[in-house]
Write a protein that binds this ligand. Structure first.
Ligand SMILES: *Cc1c(COP(=O)(O)O)cnc(C)c1O
Length: 357
């Protein structure tokens, strides 16, 4: 499929990325493509980033049939690269299947993303820890109020330069183990990156904030016993030298995060034992009490690694590693950041080149 290019009349001034936080500024261009039953996915184009107009009866506004993903581009030894682009784009089609959205031909998504990054490579920030965040998303565009699977969709990719997540170094977060609200249940949408899961998680996050916690740790929605995720990140534990994490293959309400995969692949390459299995909150507390719980951290594209300093469960606080960042989490973070920018040699094939400077 040919990708059309529509040139912008004027280009924006680039912001001071160290001051703009996450997702507040957008680049000059975006990628767009449309779907209808007669033409399938069609009209792939790179056009100026601008407002779009939708009908008040737009199906997404009413019934939420939408998915998204999130990945990042970096400057890496004179190249513009995207980290694990193929894995993220494949996950879009996993989410699409769950929401009954027509799958997008992989090659078109990949070519569109890489061309967009090449066009916008000067927007990739240069300083360590900064990156160009990439947000692909698909939403229903039917204009009828009858409840049904939409017949029309829009696929878009927008780009946002983002500041370093840890500009002032790691500070381990305080996590409330959530025993009232649930994010997703098996049989539901948990394995899809869909706005509905975020909507379902906002209130619990707010309540946790109000009592001084950064995020919640989600337990399974059926037994309220097995650990699923932390906020909108996956969660990993270092217990007696082993890296343990709940697996989306076993617990189908967990989002299959690509950063968790990276952590496990790198840990295995370092020769560490890695287990993907069910782990109950009781097991975590027991490991803490007999001194085997060494580290707890979240993983996700935005923060990469987010060390957990305190877990509160049933009113009791459990301090992990004196509340400080663990050596493994720190080493893993540094290594993955090195892979992003080419300070560490990529023996995994994670780095995909979009353009050269
Ligand atoms: C995006 C997301 C993650 C992390 O996935 P990455 O691919 O590592 O960015 C974890 N959990 C949820 C619920 C998510 O939406």
């Amino acid at each position: 499929m040919e990708i059309k290019f529509v040139e912008a009349k004027t280009l924006k001034a680039k912001p001071d990325v160290s001051k703009i936080g996450f997702g507040t500024h957008f680049t000059d261009y975006m990628f767009v493509m449309d779907y209808d039953a007669a033409q399938g996915w069609h009209d792939a184009r790179i056009v100026p980033h601008e407002k779009i107009s939708i009908d008040p009866a737009n199906a997404t506004l009413h019934y939420g049939q939408a998915i998204f993903d999130g990945l990042k581009a970096y400057r890496n030894n004179g190249k513009a690269v995207v980290f694990r682009a193929t894995d993220h784009l494949k996950r879009i089609n996993v989410s699409a299947q769950i929401l009954d959205i027509p799958e997008v031909p992989f090659d078109v998504m990949h070519a569109g993303l890489m061309k967009l990054i090449d066009v916008e490579k000067d927007w990739i920030p240069a300083d360590k820890g900064q990156s160009l965040y990439i947000r692909p998303f698909i939403f229903a565009t039917d204009e009828v109020l009858g409840v049904s699977v939409s017949k029309k969709y829009k696929f878009m990719i927008i780009l946002s330069p983002v500041a370093a997540y840890y500009a002032h170094g790691f500070s381990p977060v305080k996590i409330l183990v959530e025993d009232k609200y649930v994010r997703a249940v098996r049989g539901g949408l948990g394995a899809a990156k869909t706005p509905a899961n975020y909507a379902a998680s906002l209130h619990a996050g707010l309540v946790a904030h109000e009592i001084g916690f950064d995020q919640v740790l989600w337990l399974d929605g059926v037994e309220r016993k097995y650990i699923e995720e932390v906020g909108s990140m996956n969660i990993l534990f270092k217990i007696n030298g082993e890296i343990v994490s709940p697996s989306p293959k076993i617990q189908t309400s967990i989002l299959d995060g690509i950063t968790r995969r990276t952590v496990n692949q790198v840990a295995k390459a370092w020769g560490m034992p890695v287990a993907e299995r069910r782990i109950s909150i009781d097991e975590v507390i027991a490991a803490h009490e007999d001194g085997r719980l060494e580290e707890v951290f979240g993983s996700g594209t935005a923060a990469v690694i987010s060390p957990v300093g305190v877990l509160r469960y049933k009113g009791k606080d459990y301090v992990i590693g004196d509340g400080k960042t663990g050596a493994f989490a720190q080493k893993m973070y540094d290594y993955i950041e090195g892979l992003h920018i080419g300070e560490v040699e990529d023996t995994f094939g994670f780095v995909e080149v979009a353009g050269k400077y």
